[in-house]
Design a protein around this ligand. Structure first.
Ligand SMILES: Nc1ncnc2c1ncn2[C@@H]1O[C@H](COP(=O)(O)OP(=O)(O)OP(=O)(O)O)[C@@H](O)[C@H]1O
Ligand SMILES: [Mg+2]
Length: 371
């Protein structure tokens, strides 16, 4: 298995600059997930690692050696795509063995590798079938099996589960996680599925417009997003944002006016802010407390109440037409049309300055909310 390092990698397609100065380190055995909105450059970055796309500037290093001029075939990596085109006229066995047949791997070893991969992926009983006689999830496993038999130094997977239905995705996600454990392989995985990123990754790389916004362990990104973009991208349903205005700083706290509704004190370091500065308050749906009878300053009308039994989602409208989503565990009494009172626990709020950069939280204990 292998390590990967990207140094100041850039990519231009003609005049379009799509990847900007990307630095990244992937250690041996790590499961790294690239996430970001459509068109942000995830596939392009992966294809540059694979050698399917040339790097405009910067270097790609595998196991300490620069591979910019090494062909895709010689990099020893395996890529699994979203559209995992299997050869329709070949059996599952032949599909998996095909990539090895023009190499120096001896036939008995090819046979052994195919059977071993089939066993790992639980597709042994389908080895003689044609792909059309398989379910989507089984086909996907064949595509992954094709990568496994090559014993790649790094697995590169570009949205491999996006063609599967929701139930299969969940199953395959768990299988990928256990496969990663069993193979102890280095894997780079592209997805825009939030849950896949959170559950599979040792490390998430959040990309936006060809730039790395933040790199970190899933819960570190969830708990400490560097900026508003990452805060809104990691977590589902996404973080609620409300306009806010900085009023003044107190030791360990800042006083902000939120959505023109209330002035609240929050435990952030406001050293670099100036009075009147526009800010954004962030609060995750799962952190809002609500009460159908309370008198908190934030009063909202419930527009949709989704009761799933084990959890509930309330879609609300705050004074001033601000949409707020609340996620509660268990069942709530709030129904469409109800007025509810919301509180934002200060230590679970986020504040972003006008540029979207997250303010540093302090350990201070804020004073009570005032109107
Ligand atoms: N061959 C190409 N020529 C010109 N522009 C390209 C080429 N390939 C990709 N791009 C552009 O580069 C940007 C990044 O594309 P890329 O496919 O890497 O995005 P992505 O993050 O994988 O998106 P998605 O989530 O939709 O798959 C896009 O704006 C795309 O239009
Ligand atoms: Mg893509």
């Amino acid at each position: 298995m292998a390590t990967l390092r990207l140094n100041k990698v850039n990519k231009r397609f003609g005049g379009t600059h799509v990847i900007h100065d990307v630095d990244l380190e992937v250690v041996d055995g790590e499961f790294v997930v690239f996430v970001g909105p459509s068109g942000c450059g995830k596939s392009t970055l992966l294809r540059m690692v694979a050698g399917l796309e040339k790097v405009t500037s910067g270097t790609v290093e595998i196991d300490g050696a620069v591979v910019n001029d090494v062909s895709a075939a010689e990099r020893g990596l395996a890529m699994v795509f979203q559209s995992y085109a299997l050869y329709p006229h070949m059996s599952v066995y032949q599909n998996m063995a095909f990539g090895l047949e023009n190499t120096r791997v001896p036939r008995p070893e090819i046979d052994q590798r195919v059977r071993e991969a089939a066993r790992l992926l639980r597709i042994e009983e389908y080895l003689n079938r044609k792909p059309r006689a398989l379910s989507g999830g089984q086909r996907q496993r064949v595509a992954i099996g094709r990568a496994i038999v090559r014993k790649p130094r790094i697995f590169l997977l570009d949205e491999p589960l996006s063609n599967l239905d929701a139930e299969l995705r969940v199953l395959m996600r768990a299988e990928l996680a256990s496969l990663h454990n069993r193979l102890a392989a280095t894997m780079i995985y592209v997805t825009h599925d939030q849950v896949e990123a959170m559950t599979l990754a040792d490390k998430i790389v959040v990309l936006r417009d060809g730039r790395v916004e933040q790199v970190g362990r899933p819960l570190d990104l969830y708990n400490h997003p560097a900026n508003r973009f990452v805060a809104g991208f990691i977590g589902s349903p996404k973080m609620n944002f409300l306009p806010a205005r900085f009023l003044k700083a107190a030791p360990g706290n800042v006083m902000v006016e939120v959505a023109g509704i209330a002035e609240i004190e929050l435990p952030f370091d406001g050293g670099r802010l100036s009075p009147g500065e526009e800010m954004t308050l962030g609060i995750r749906p799962e952190h809002i407390r609500h009460d159908t009878a309370g008198a908190a300053p934030f009063q909202a009308a419930v527009t949709v109440s989704e009761q799933l039994g084990g959890e509930s989602y309330l879609y609300c409208m705050l004074q001033g037409d601000h949409k707020i989503v609340i996620h509660a565990s268990g069942q709530t009494e709030a129904r469409r049309g109800d007025e509810i009172a919301m509180t934002f626990p200060p230590h679970q709020t986020y504040l972003f300055d006008a540029d979207g950069t997250a303010l540093q939280r302090t350990g201070a204990k804020p004073a009570a909310v005032s109107r």
